[in-house]
Design a binder for this molecule. Sequence first.
Ligand SMILES: Cc1cc2nc3c(=O)[nH]c(=O)nc-3n(C[C@H](O)[C@H](O)[C@H](O)COP(=O)(O)OP(=O)(O)OC[C@H]3O[C@@H](n4cnc5c(N)ncnc54)[C@H](O)[C@@H]3O)c2cc1C
Length: 466
Amino acid sequence: MSKYDVAVIGSGPGGYVAAIRCAQLGLKTAIIEKYSVLGGTCLNVGCIPSKALLDSSHHYEDALKHFEEHGIEIPGDIKLNFKKMIDRKASVVEQTTKGIAFLMDKNKIDVYTGTGAFKDATHIDISGEKNQTIEAKNTIIATGSKPASLPFIKLDKDRIITSTEALSLKEIPKHLIVIGGGVIGLELGQVYRRLGAEVSVVEFMDRIIPTMDGAQSKELMKVMKKQGVKFYVSHKVSAVSKKGKKITVTATDKNGKEVSFEGDYCLVSVGRKPFTDGLKAENAGVKITERGMIDVNDHLQTNIKNIYAIGDVVRGAMLAHKASEEGTLVAEIIAGQKPHIDYNLIPGVVYTWPEVASVGKTEEQLKEAKVEYKSGQFPMRALGRSRASGDTDGFVKILSDKNTDEVLGVHMVGARVADLIAEAVVAMEYRASAEDIARMSHAHPTYAEAVKEAALSATEDRALHV
Ligand SMILES: Cc1cc2nc3c(=O)[nH]c(=O)nc-3n(C[C@H](O)[C@H](O)[C@H](O)COP(=O)(O)OP(=O)(O)OC[C@H]3O[C@@H](n4cnc5c(N)ncnc54)[C@H](O)[C@@H]3O)c2cc1C
């Protein structure tokens, strides 16, 4: 029987990063993945394929709507080859997952294909093409999550679908009804809107992206409405039915009135749930919470001391980079180091266009916590860079402590803010004040100038270009 210092169950961005870091630290490491390709949700049916389709559909929309204003004329009609778009996405996924296989090889990590199930706290049965058992001093559970649904919805995965199917459709929906105005619903809704579908987003809360700053919800909804997406907030979906190709979604609006939507596809994007099926955690004595998550302490250690859990299967934001940070943390803890994650500084991003990005506390959270703060906001339309590219929607908002000026939260909507948020994370990691950012030189012309200007605005209201 093969023996390891660490066995990692699951090869998503939590698991594979944990495995690499363990190997770097000299630990003999195995990774177990039930699918024949590595990379988990993120690489196969999450972050990477959704971004590939967002980029492709963005090019298509630019060609249709914006080339002309740049003086680019295309003789004849612009045609969409949807199959090719989906095939390109598949090849991006393939290249990326192959990259992970290469990294496992390079780091001398043994890869086992099959479902990993605890036999006891130090033995894992792997059932795949070959059934075998390995022994591990430590195990890291990184089994991720699956799409959640509502109890009355029967996902047929044909027309009533989750994000997984939405990434590989064979045709463009005529009318896509999206249940849930969170990140995944909005990203995929925007993809199909750009490709010509009518898109209706039905959201239970009174705003979209409800965990982000209220100003971002408002701005993104305004811009997406201009792009033709229809929004129905404060609508509680009560039924979804299918007759032939027709899908009917029934909901109750905020006045208690029943409304219905008819479409040919319904994307159910109401969140994700932790996944532990087949893991047989009980054989090792590992505690799972009522909500199906693996229970962990601050060191991501389960109630069994040599078993850890990371990523979507534990509490916290379901984000790839959060899973990876946790993977690194656990590997270093096993190797005897004392690392730390500041969860307040894990950024959140929506890859619609304009993009939406946040780090730290929202204005709503600061109000609730009764923290005295200052707010500085700068509109993208006032930037030369935004006018040059034509991306004038959005803003950067910086919230800083009223007394100390320490940056408490940064919230952005605009072109490339998914990349810009890194500046805010660095600033907050080093506990910068708004004035510190305001006094740093930002290259001109860049979208990053909006960060400086928002910081100037938070610091005695002295933005220069408004
Ligand atoms: C459409 C979509 C878009 C997304 N976009 C983004 C984004 O842009 N940015 C971002 O940060 N996050 C994004 N996410 C979320 C991100 O994909 C997850 O947060 C991330 O994948 C979680 O990583 P993980 O390692 O915890 O689990 P996962 O990536 O879910 O990986 C878990 C792996 O464990 C395997 N497994 C499960 N049980 C067993 C078992 N018993 N034995 C062996 N293997 C097992 C599974 O097959 C899977 O491969 C997106 C998600 C979706 C669905």
